[in-house]
Ligand binder design. Structure first.
Ligand code: ADP
Length: 278
């Protein structure tokens, strides 16, 4: 089997609103794969269908070799899910919560090891309701990986994080990926997709607009560099695939190009173009 997730022609409507339209997707084993798109693009609907939490109207879907619409308990034990909303274990401590979850599975990580892994060992005795947002999300991940899933779903995992907490959370995701876990995450943060994902699917209006590595997405959708400089009081600007050549020509007679800059398109430019928000 080549793909951890394979989707062909998947569609889903809520009444007359079509949330997902004939979507195709392939996620390889061991990949960190991001579904990136603006609010309402169909990210959550897609991930919920793949998790087996929502029925699709049409299309073929295979997750770890089974159809999530009909797969049973043994399949469910192989996947981990971190929902957008945390469950409420406010009165329990972090360790008690981890123990409670570990008991639900035959083959579970030892609670203390689990908390060490997600960086919550020093908060073991804290009540869940006293945790910060970032710590709370780490606990959610801990509960999602308690049974060492092969595939982990993360729906908008770092919404509302400060930059420091976000970076720490990314490190945790990388540790899990290095351990061999396949990770599918949804996000509306460009920098999250760029920093974490091996590949990104940009979705807009329920369709996949493009799939590629962050670097290739950026290069493919808009490859030209922008060269800017000043001539007297006038700002000059040219788009080119060969900025070195352009600069060489412009400065051949020894002219100094004042305030010379060369900028490449970013993932943000690619994203805005793909989602039609440019
Ligand atoms: P995203 O996660 O990218 O923000 P969603 O999958 O949540 O997108 O939503 C896609 C579209 O489907 C949106 O237009 C949204 O309003 C609509 N939608 C999502 N969930 C429901 C629901 N339970 N009932 C009706 N419409 C929904």
């Amino acid at each position: 089997m080549t793909s951890a997730i394979s989707v062909r022609g998947m569609s889903k409507s809520y009444g007359r609103r079509q949330a997902v339209r004939e979507l195709d997707l392939d996620v390889g084993y061991g990949e960190i794969f991001a579904i990136l798109g603006p609010n309402g693009a169909g990210k959550s609907t897609t991930i919920e269908i793949l998790e087996g939490h929502r029925k699709r109207d049409a299309g073929q879907v295979s997750v770890l070799g089974e159809d999530p619409g009909t797969a049973g308990r043994s399949w469910r034990a192989r996947i981990g899910i971190v929902l957008q909303e945390s469950s409420d274990f406010g009165m329990l401590t972090v360790l008690e919560t981890a123990r409670m979850f570990a008991k639900c599975y035959g083959k579970a990580r030892a609670p203390a090891d689990l908390l060490e892994l997600v960086g919550l060992a020093s908060s073991s005795g804290s009540r869940v309701r006293t945790l910060s947002g970032g710590q709370r999300r780490r606990l959610d991940v801990a509960l999602g990986i308690v049974a060492t899933p092969e595939l982990l779903f993360l729906d908008e995992p770092t919404t509302g994080f400060d930059p420091e907490a976000r970076r720490q959370f990314w490190d945790l995701i990388r540790v899990l990926a290095d351990d061999g876990t396949t990770i599918l995450l949804t996000t509306h943060y460009l920098e999250e997709a760029a920093a974490l994902a091996d590949r990104v699917a940009v979705i807009a209006g329920g369709r996949v607009a493009a799939v590629d590595s962050p670097a290739r997405l950026t290069a493919h959708t808009s490859s030209a560099a922008t060269v800017r400089w000043m001539e007297g009081d006038e700002q000059r600007e040219e788009q080119t695939d060969h900025p070195t050549e352009l600069i060489r020509q412009r400065s051949m007679d020894g002219t100094e190009l004042a305030q010379l800059t060369v900028t490449r398109p970013t993932l943000e430019d690619a994203y805005l173009r793909l989602t039609g928000q440019a």
